[in-house]
Design a protein around this ligand. Structure first.
Ligand SMILES: Cc1cc2nc3c(=O)[nH]c(=O)nc-3n(C[C@H](O)[C@H](O)[C@H](O)COP(=O)(O)O)c2cc1C
Length: 210
């Protein structure tokens, strides 16, 4: 394990890092093309993604990589699960969405399923461990963009239906925190309105009448 000095940790300021954070945006899977990150690039990105706060050091996350031929094979498994889960749905609608499930991983050249695996036998609340898994997803988005790749964090039916999630790779007690599609951005997605910081921020004050 390498360590650094206080001076190296707190290099003030890091304009490139701040600018990269300010530019960050999702690139939808339809705009993600080959090449996918190489094995080495992916390993480095995942290492950065795991550099998250982790209360109690439970490591309550892990990854499943979906790439190459596995993308089509997984889709072929998801489609029948979608049909079976929606027997009451209008048949045409069901087929449409089953088709979407079949093609779910075919747009982007790679996806990383971030699995939340909280330790329920420890004092750290499950919620906090799940937040840490969310932080992994977020770090992965930043690491991808800083490595020259586009990425988008999605969930949807495949991530939340228990049978579909199990096919993707969850085991008992686990959930999918996010499916992060990865690839080379073919276009720049337009900026969207960003939140108004002032409207979302207040200073603590004692409740009136207290
Ligand atoms: C937990 C989570 C799940 C999400 N799932 C989806 C999804 O299934 N489909 C989708 O279009 N966007 C989803 N999003 C939103 C996108 O990741 C993204 O934030 C949104 O398109 C806005 O783009 P931005 O990242 O540039 O702000 C999800 C976001 C989060 C945090």
């Amino acid at each position: 394990m390498s360590d650094i000095t206080l001076q190296a940790l707190l290099v003030p300021p890091e304009p490139q890092l701040l600018a990269a954070m300010a530019r960050r945006r999702s690139v939808p899977p339809a705009a993600l093309v080959a090449p996918a990150p190489s094995d080495e690039q992916l390993r480095d990105m995942l290492a950065l993604a795991l550099r998250v706060p982790d209360h109690g050091l439970r490591e309550p996350w892990r990854f499943v990589i979906i790439a190459g031929e596995a993308r089509a094979e997984l889709g072929r498994g998801l489609a029948p699960l979608y049909r079976a889960a929606n027997p009451q749905m209008d048949a045409a609608k069901r087929e449409k969405f089953a088709g979407i499930m079949e093609r779910l991983f075919l747009s982007a050249p790679m996806a990383v399923a971030v699995i939340s695996r909280p330790d329920r036998n420890c004092a750290i609340p499950v919620f906090e461990q799940e937040l840490s898994a969310g932080a992994v997803c977020m770090n992965l988005l930043h690491a991808a963009q800083a490595s020259g790749f586009g990425a988008m964090w999605v969930t949807g039916w495949a991530a939340t239906n228990p049978d579909a999630a199990a096919l993707i790779g969850t085991r008992d007690g686990e959930k999918i925190a996010g499916i992060v599609h990865l690839g080379t951005a073919a276009s720049v997605p337009p900026e969207r309105p960003r939140p108004d910081v002032a409207a979302l921020t207040s200073a603590w004050a004692p409740a009136s009448g207290a």
